[in-house]
Design a protein around this ligand. Structure first.
Ligand SMILES: Cc1ncc(COP(=O)(O)O)c(C=O)c1O
Length: 389
């Protein structure tokens, strides 16, 4: 894998060696259960609480507001099912967007089945959110709004502060899925006035299988737990805590807090250079999503006349994605790209590139060359088969 080029950092990120180093003692000598009342337990508990502080610090929360979970999918389920069910007496209208991750859209489907009235708003052609449209959709019985901070397919950012103000004025609980935003751009739960925010460690150079949910304390957000048992995590998520994973998540957040600004600059420069290099080779490639209001490492491009899946098979050891990893086993055009108004053909012609912490200038140059060659080869094949038909 040494020469392989990984440009799929939206799907998951490699573990930072510094994170691994922080985790190792908790996989070996410090194996205690953080709930145990003896030396082994105390050591593990102390590490969990330090990690809680590190995660909280990155998003401007207090440690008591951080609940550890098994990842952003679980955090989204706990936030949406938990809040909607707890708020059902107040109202049954809930709002989100068609471009959300399935880990939000599917809990919304569950809630629709339970009698909630669901509004899924469209986005504009560049993936931006129309605040007027959101405002007009809010009703006296609206109890919950969910908006992802950054989109996992096109990287487009939501105007969370403005949406937070709209919701706060009306006493509506605002949830954000910030799995892609954490550690890439500033996420501030106070400035945005979100009530609930979902995070995942493996999108920020931490381990897979651990995440967190920010649950605002003042004013308190009512939340019904999904997992019942020993009453861990303030009764919101029972189950023995994953100490090594949580320690890794904490370390990943500490590193992100220290390095986010300089890393974002470096990654953005690499991404822009990559785009230029691609456009030199494939001048008719089309950028999907807003050119500026997006994550530093995100690039989603359609290559007219060729399928993203076919390009993938020509890329060899360059790892990119033809749509979001979670849905790419389904042979359907991306629901996000369709929501931007792309034809099926242009949606199938898309590739998602995610540039991250460990990518180098050399990766970018080599990957752009491979993509350019693959597109040319496929177009040549297409022309040859058309002329022989
Ligand atoms: C926006 C978004 N939300 C949620 C998830 C799911 O996160 P996890 O893998 O931690 O469950 C992902 C990852 O694919 C994501 O990109």
């Amino acid at each position: 894998m040494s020469s392989a080029i990984y440009l799929d950092n939206h799907a998951t990120t490699p573990l930072d060696p510094r994170v691994l180093e922080a985790m190792l003692p908790y996989l070996t000598e410090h194996f205690g259960n953080p709930s145990s009342n003896h030396l082994f337990g105390w050591v593990a508990r102390e590490a969990v609480e330090k990690a809680r502080e590190e995660v909280a610090a990155l998003v401007n929360a207090t440690p008591e507001e951080i609940i550890f979970t098994g990842g952003a999918t679980e955090s989204n389920n706990l936030a949406l099912l938990g809040a909607a069910r707890a708020l059902a007496d107040r109202g049954r209208h809930i709002v989100s967007y068609v471009t959300e991750h399935k880990a939000v859209l599917d809990p919304f489907k569950v809630l629709a089945g339970e009698g909630f009235d669901v509004t899924l708003l469209p986005v504009e052609r560049d993936g931006l959110h129309d605040l007027g449209l959101l405002e007009r959709s809010l009703r006296p019985d609206t109890v919950l709004v969910s908006v992802m901070a950054a989109n996992n397919e096109i990287g487009v950012l939501a105007p969370l502060e403005e949406i937070g103000a709209l919701c706060a004025e009306r006493g509506i609980v605002l949830h954000t899925d910030a799995a892609q935003a954490l550690g890439k751009i500033p996420v501030d739960v106070r400035r945005t006035r979100v009530a609930l925010a979902s995070f995942s460690a493996h999108k920020v150079y931490g381990p897979r299988g651990v995440g967190a949910l920010f649950v605002r304390r003042r004013p308190r957000v009512p939340l019904q737990p999904l997992v019942h048992g020993g009453g861990h995590e303030r009764g919101l998520r029972s189950g023995t805590l994953n100490t090594p994973g949580i320690v890794g998540f904490g370390a990943a957040c500490r590193i992100a807090a220290e390095e986010m600004a300089s890393e974002a600059q470096r990654v953005r420069a690499l991404r822009d250079r990559f785009l230029q290099a691609i456009l030199q080779r494939v001048p008719d490639a089309v950028l999907n999503g807003h050119p500026e209001r997006r994550l530093p490492g995100s690039l989603n491009l359609s290559f007219p006349g060729v399928e993203g899946e076919s390009i993938l098979t020509h890329l060899g050891d360059v790892a990119v994605s033809s749509s979001s990893a979670c849905t790419s086993s389904l042979r359907q055009p991306s629901h996000v790209l369709k929501a931007l108004g792309l034809s099926d053909e242009m949606a199938y012609a898309a590739l998602r590139f995610g540039i991250g912490r460990f990518n180098t200038e050399d990766d970018i140059v080599r990957a752009a060359e491979r993509v350019g060659n693959a597109v040319s080869a496929l177009r040549e094949l297409g022309r040859a088969s058309a002329s022989s038909a």
